[in-house]
Design a protein around this ligand. Structure first.
Ligand code: ZN
Ligand code: ZN
Length: 746
């Protein structure tokens, strides 16, 4: 661990940091050797069995954040030794990579010097005949070279995959995932759940295993359990049934028709977006992706905008781009959502913004004939960008960028005359490219759906700032959609019902709780050796390649696209990541309390917990008789009365109540407290419970206070000063942690 191993000063701290403290141990000897100097210790530890030794090693790995491999195991029946095993650090630094100029004799991989040799001694009743009798309290002797030759970052890449992660992987394989989608999901999961630390996690093999490992583990799984037939739709059907039972309402449906299948997904979160958020009545975006089956199937996402970005309204997966299938899907979605669809607007939203896909337009027209349909202009720019840059299409040198610029001018022209003028110019310059001319003409035929000058006449209301909405949708959906490219229909359904919903729920909760709203875009700080970013115009930047600085790529920040090879193969490249980091700032806090309350309600289905703790029990409302008793995750609010008037509110997840076991109390007796149903308890019961908690809590506090009044007194005082501003258990815990860190006098 000691990176400055050149200084031969090792302290006891080095040992303490490298040995698990949960087991008793004693240092027998320590030696400093070699150059650069390394520390080796001999310790005895209170371990008695092989299982205990394995646990101890796991703890050691967790503590040092390095993993060890077994080098050899010796089982002995001998008199003195029961068991002997050697471990070495898994890190092998490839000198070849680090120092390519080294002579061939030195090019072998270099092992890390850190290793362990563990000997479990036999404790006998008979007197030990030897020089050093084993210690009956600490019969395990460990020779341990503590010093590593690498940093923790490198060690993270060599970590063993944890058992938890292996179990998660098995679970994903069971619902139809493959090695490569599991690889993606573990990463997405790390990012969704750890917005601040995920970059470290992505390179930590114990949480995010490498592709090789995913394949190896998948092969093992297949050997034991066989594979799933991707074409067999009964598998999806079963998955949907399971989900519907899990959430206790119909949220997913598959229909098999003569010319294919339609899958419609509308989890409870999506339904609440329809119900509580107004924007679905104004604008709905429809975006499509191709699942990895490569059989013509398509997934259509209905999304809307909000103060915290795009929100999903429904997903329709069809076996082909066929307007009848999509129509069937839209009708099913209507049934699944019910009257609250599009914030209650029966005739559909004012406006649908769609990709250039005929089948979708026809289907929308059939289902909601009164709505307006326009093209999402940025999506058109995106497809054009891809077309112009594809070398197959024979448009070379500066032409792609110029053609793109001209096309964009047609789109953004202020007046119809100007727009016509731009179109003629574009046609002239493209004269040598007949294929591109055809594309231009085809777009021109539908100019009222995408050019600002023509389509403005169609817009239902001036208030809708469609341009900025489009931009936001494009930026927000691209990174998430990129991630879904590798999923086939079965995997996509599972992903959408789980991680996709989690992601949007967490975003809504971030916004509701005034936290920084997490996103999936790949933001990477600009490396110091790339300084020369050149802004070409309002949307184009020239970004140099790191490896070959004389090569520069165009990054189009408006449609999140790049001209490099990595981007064209379907990944968000570093060049885009840097620009996103520099220029993309999300609205990170939402001032309006009402908006935040709506987000909270949408995310959880529960009403916002009031900020003033005193209101908790005064707020009672009539109970909706249809309301069912406590869902398993429903929260119970308790309040603690301290010293007469101080109130600490506790949110307790009520997981002890099994909803299937009939509750003895009548539903009509349940008081409705701030959106949460609370089981009825008599006043005496409540008082008694509160007293018990009080006693335990204050017993502990006063115990500490007695022990060291000078230390605990001031800390407790400061904590009490803050109590009024603490509104949740999380706040309370954070406060405790804070006091723990800075409350103690140094
Ligand atoms: Zn090491
Ligand atoms: Zn790039």
């Amino acid at each position: 661990m000691n990176e400055q191993s050149s200084s031969s000063v090792f302290t006891n701290d080095n040992i303490e940091k490298a040995v698990p403290s949960e087991w008793k141990y004693k240092v027998i000897n320590k030696v400093v050797f070699g150059s650069p100097s390394k520390l080796e210790v001999c310790i005895k530890v209170s371990l008695y069995t092989i299982a205990e030794i394995e646990k101890w090693i796991e703890a050691l790995e967790e503590k040092t954040q390095c993993s060890y491999s077994i080098q050899m195991t010796k089982k002995t029946v001998g008199e003195k030794v029961l068991f002997k095993r050697r471990y070495h650090c898994r890190v092998k630094t490839n000198l070849n990579k680090c120092y390519p100029d080294l002579k061939s004799g030195f090019k072998n991989a270099k092992k890390c010097p850190s290793k362990l040799s563990i000997t479990l001694m036999h404790i006998k009743k008979k007197k030990y005949r030897g020089k050093y009798p084993p210690d009956p309290e600490m019969p395990c002797i460990v020779d341990y070279v503590i010093t590593h030759n690498h940093s923790l970052n490198i060690a993270a890449k060599f970590r063993k995959v944890t058992r938890n992660v292996q179990e998660t992987m098995n679970r994903l394989f069971r619902v139809g995932h493959s090695a490569s989608t599991v690889y993606e999901i573990l990463r997405i999961d790390a990012q969704i759940n750890n917005p601040n630390t995920y970059e470290e996690l992505l390179v930590n093999r114990s949480v995010c295993p490498d592709r090789n490992y995913c394949h190896k583990w998948f092969n093992e799984y297949k050997k034991e359990h066989g594979t799933i037939d991707v074409k067999d739709k009964t598998f999806v059907s079963k998955r949907l049934q399971e989900f519907n039972i899990e959430v206790n309402e119909e949220c997913g449906k598959i229909e098999i028709m003569d010319d294919g299948f339609v899958i419609v997904l509308c989890p409870p979160l999506f339904k609440r977006v329809h119900q509580y958020i107004k924007s679905p009545s104004e604008v709905v975006f429809v975006a499509a992706i191709n699942p990895a089956d490569n059989d013509g199937s398509k997934a259509f996402f209905l999304m809307t905008h909000s103060e915290c970005g795009a929100l999903p309204l429904g997903i329709i997966i069809t076996s082909s781009e066929n307007s009848e299938l999509i129509t069937a899907g839209l009708n099913t979605l209507k049934v699944l959502v019910g009257d609250t669809m599009f914030f209650g607007r029966k005739e559909g939203p004012q406006l649908f913004l769609v990709d250039d896909c005929e089948a979708v337009q026809m289907a929308i027209n059939t289902v909601w004939p009164e709505t307006n349909i326009l093209f999402c202009s940025l999506h058109i720019l995106h497809s054009l960008w891809k077309y112009l840059l594809c070398s197959k299409n024979g448009i070379n040198k500066d032409e792609p960028i110029n053609f793109f610029k001209q096309f964009r001018m047609i789109m953004y022209a202020d007046t119809v005359d100007e727009c016509n003028q731009c179109y003629s110019e574009a046609m002239l310059s493209a004269a040598n490219h007949p294929n591109y001319l055809q594309i231009l003409e085809a777009y021109w035929d539908k100019r009222d759906m995408w050019t600002m000058s023509y389509r403005n006449c169609l817009l239902p209301s001036d208030n809708l700032k469609i341009n900025s909405l489009e931009k936001m949708m494009c930026l927000l959906r691209e990174p998430m959609f990129h991630r879904m490219r590798s999923f086939n229909v079965i995997q996509l359904v599972d992903f959408l019902l789980t991680k996709f919903v989690d992601f949007y729920t967490l975003r809504l909760l971030d916004a509701a709780n005034n936290r920084l709203i997490r996103d999936m875009s790949r933001k990477i700080p600009l490396p110091p050796d790339v300084k020369d970013l050149e802004q070409v115009n309002s949307y184009l930047y020239l970004v140099p390649s790191i490896k070959l600085p004389y090569i520069r790529y165009y990054v189009n920040i408006e449609i999140v696209a790049c001209t490099c090879l990595k981007y064209t193969t379907g990944y968000i490249c570093n060049h885009i990541g840097w620009l996103l980091t520099m220029f993309l700032s999300y609205q990170d806090q939402i001032e309006d309390h009402n908006v935040r309350e709506i987000f909270q309600k949408t995310a959880t289905g529960e009403r916002f917990l009031p900020e003033q703790p005193y209101e908790v029990f005064q707020e009672t409302e009539e109970l909706d008789p249809k309301m069912k008793y406590a869902e398993p995750e429903s929260k119970v609010v308790e309040q603690l009365i301290i010293a007469g008037n101080e109130v600490i509110k506790l949110q307790i997840v009520n997981d002890e109540v099994d909803p299937n076991v009939s509750m003895p109390m009548q539903i009509s007796n349940l008081p409705y407290v701030s959106g949460v149903l609370v089981p009825v308890v008599t006043d005496e019961q409540a008082l008694e419970a509160a007293e018990n908690v009080n006693q335990e809590l204050f017993g502990t506090f006063s115990g500490f206070l007695k022990k060291s009044p000078l230390l605990v007194g001031p800390v407790l005082q400061r904590m009490l000063n803050k109590t009024k501003s603490l509104n949740s258990v999380e706040d309370f815990l954070v406060a405790c942690q804070k006091f723990n860190e800075d409350g103690t006098p140094s």
